[in-house]
Design a protein around this ligand. Structure first.
Ligand SMILES: C[S@@+](CC[C@H](N)C(=O)[O-])C[C@H]1O[C@@H](n2cnc3c(N)ncnc32)[C@H](O)[C@@H]1O
Length: 286
């Protein structure tokens, strides 16, 4: 088969995409990994993962993180009918990364699995356009669901849901907030991602508004942030992460704050590393 008729595989496409978007930002590891997926023995991988899960469960970082999460549920309880218990029914993980090749994603996966067990959450849904076939197979063997469609973070929280989005592009989080832009839906969102506070200090408001408009609005108007102190033994895995919750009693009472909110649109230069639905649809999963 001649070069020009080679099918565009998902990995080649990601590589092409990362080269064609001329950005000075450092690329994520996934966007610079190009060659075909190396073969992964999924069962052996799952055995290694088990060892890591055991260590995770016992470490200080995990214990503290679970305490912070439980504290965040209490904040949501305020203003609810007395006796209401906030119990997350679902965990959605966006942008985990290629956990069979990338140590950050691997440790984060162990964290998610331990969280599911600790909080007794049955439903876990993952999506990252960079997942390989073996990674999808591994997640399915772990009884997790993998989304087929790229919703770009626009996921409706119709039940209390932990969204785990470590080090994800701002616009994914921005899209999630837009999709749930009402006190009735936002109260269901328990978001673990990069600190809103650090984000707000990272650049001028004018620039933040390009890809983080909803993040900024909710941060200034009632969002509650609880940092997850990072004393994990491996560095650069859990840095700069916080739990963010949006208790209705704290949120704006002004109707104009909630009304007529436009779906976010981004310039290509402002999407960071987010892969759009359109880009994902072009991929042939050959
Ligand atoms: C900076 S990496 C973070 C990887 C890992 N969680 C970490 O902390 O190192 C951002 C991740 O977002 C993923 N991503 C890009 N577009 C996405 C989308 N539309 N939905 C979900 N994940 C997406 C990328 O493939 C990449 O794995």
């Amino acid at each position: 088969m001649s070069e020009e008729f080679n099918p565009v595989t998902r990995k080649k496409w990601i590589s092409y995409n990362s080269l064609s978007k001329k950005s000075n930002k450092p690329k994520t590891p996934e966007k610079t990994l190009e060659k075909a997926d190396p073969p992964v023995d999924v069962d052996k991988f799952l055995m290694r993962l088990d060892v890591l899960r055991d260590r995770m469960e016992e470490c200080e970082y995990f214990t503290e993180a679970m305490a912070t999460l439980k504290e965040s549920f209490l904040k949501l309880q305020y203003g609810e009918v007395i006796g209401t218990k906030i119990v997350p029914n679902r965990l959605v993980c966006f942008g985990l990364g290629q956990f069979t090749r990338n140590y950050q994603a691997l440790h984060q996966l162990a964290f998610v699995l331990c969280t599911l067990e600790f909080l007794d959450i049955d439903e876990a849904i993952f999506f990252d356009p960079a997942f390989s076939k073996s990674e999808i197979e591994a997640l399915e063997k772990l009884s997790c669901k993998v989304m087929k469609e790229n919703c770009e973070g626009k996921f409706k929280a119709d039940v209390y849901t932990i969204f785990y989005m470590p080090h994800c592009p701002n616009c994914l989080t921005n899209n999630l907030l837009w999709k749930n832009w009402s006190p009735e839906l936002l109260k269901h969102v328990i978001l673990i991602n990069n600190s809103f506070e650090s984000l707000s200090c990272s650049k001028p408001d004018r620039l933040l508004r390009l890809d983080a408009n909803y993040i900024m609005d909710i941060m200034y108007d009632g969002g509650v942030e609880m940092p997850l102190e990072d004393d994990y033994t491996v560095q650069n895995v859990f840095n700069d992460l916080s739990v963010h919750v949006f208790p209705p009693s704290h949120l704006s009472k002004k109707p104009e704050f909630w009304a007529n909110k436009q779906e976010p649109k981004y310039n290509e230069t402002d999407t960071g590393d987010m892969i759009s639905a359109e880009e994902f649809a072009k991929l042939s999963i050959a």
